[in-house]
Ligand binder design. Structure first.
Ligand code: MG
Length: 277
């Protein structure tokens, strides 16, 4: 009998202890952390529903190629007023015809860049390799979009343009690459003569007062609608020779490349940008 009463006492202790340990502590005053049940009971759907800040209304373009209502149009086929020569900031002397802007490969031209400067943004660019393109490797429809132009020539961060439809080169230098840093995740190139699109999200690097990197640059690129760069973290500017490194800058123009190869020049249309906070 003595053993039985001990067992009974034990069972009573367990029976009392189990439900106690299953209870949650009461919520602190002011509601406590989201998702925790309040003193009055279980969490409610409304606990995690917020109403501010309200996203701004943006009217999309008639198609996804056309600028939405809050875009800055950098080229719409009518003029090249948003652009200057990179070399000396003189008016853009690329070739404008039939609503299309084509690289000027003459010696008195070169890379062009926007008059405006940018930090973080979304950009849409359409480009075309000529149908009659010749050349091989990097000398076949080479151009590029420098997402930040940090100086003369090819200084900056280049998203490569090249005929990579059927043209072997180093894979971190084909179309859709961040030049010599990031191989594209796929090859969605269209044939020469067909228009192609880049839709890019650019997060600019930030720098400390002493010029050291505070946060690196990130880039996401859709090429003809296909994801080819997925929040890639850059190691610095894109260089032809040597390892990438960062140079401090705040805001920068966007630059298009007049590459020095002899192949037929690349054309552009529908370029617009949306600045981001
Ligand atoms: Mg290039």
């Amino acid at each position: 009998m003595k053993m039985f009463s001990k067992f009974l006492a034990c069972a009573v202790v367990i029976a009392v202890a189990v439900p106690l340990s299953g209870q949650q502590p009461p919520a602190p005053a002011g509601g406590g952390r989201q998702g925790a049940p309040g003193a009055s009971g279980a969490p409610k759907p409304q606990d995690t529903e917020v109403y501010e800040p309200v996203p701004k209304v943006v009217t999309p373009g008639a198609s996804d190629s056309q600028p939405p209502s809050d875009a800055i149009v950098l080229f719409n086929g009518k003029n090249m007023d948003e652009w200057v020569q990179n070399r000396d900031k003189s008016p853009c002397n690329w070739i404008l015809a039939d609503g299309v802007m084509t690289v000027n490969k003459s010696r008195d031209s070169g890379n062009i860049e926007t008059k405006r400067t940018f930090k973080n943004y979304q950009i849409h660019v359409e480009w075309k390799i000529p149908e009659n393109i010749t050349g091989t490797d990097q000398a076949r429809g080479n151009s590029g979009v420098f997402l930040a132009s940090t100086g003369g020539g090819d200084a900056g961060y280049e998203l490569q343009i090249l005929d990579s439809y059927n043209n072997k080169t180093y894979v971190n230098g084909q179309a859709g690459s961040m030049y010599k840093q990031a191989i594209p995740l796929a090859n969605p190139n269209r044939k020469p003569g067909e228009w192609q699109t880049y839709d890019v999200a650019w997060t600019a690097p930030t720098f400390n007062a002493d010029g050291s990197v505070k946060t690196p640059a990130y880039v996401t690129v859709f090429f003809n609608g296909v994801l080819v760069q997925n929040h890639f973290e850059l190691k610095g500017e894109t260089l032809y020779i040597g390892k990438p490194y960062y140079k401090a800058y705040d805001r920068a123009p966007i630059k298009l490349q007049a590459h020095g190869d002899r192949s037929e020049p690349v054309s552009f249309r529908n370029i617009w940008v949306r600045e981001l906070e």
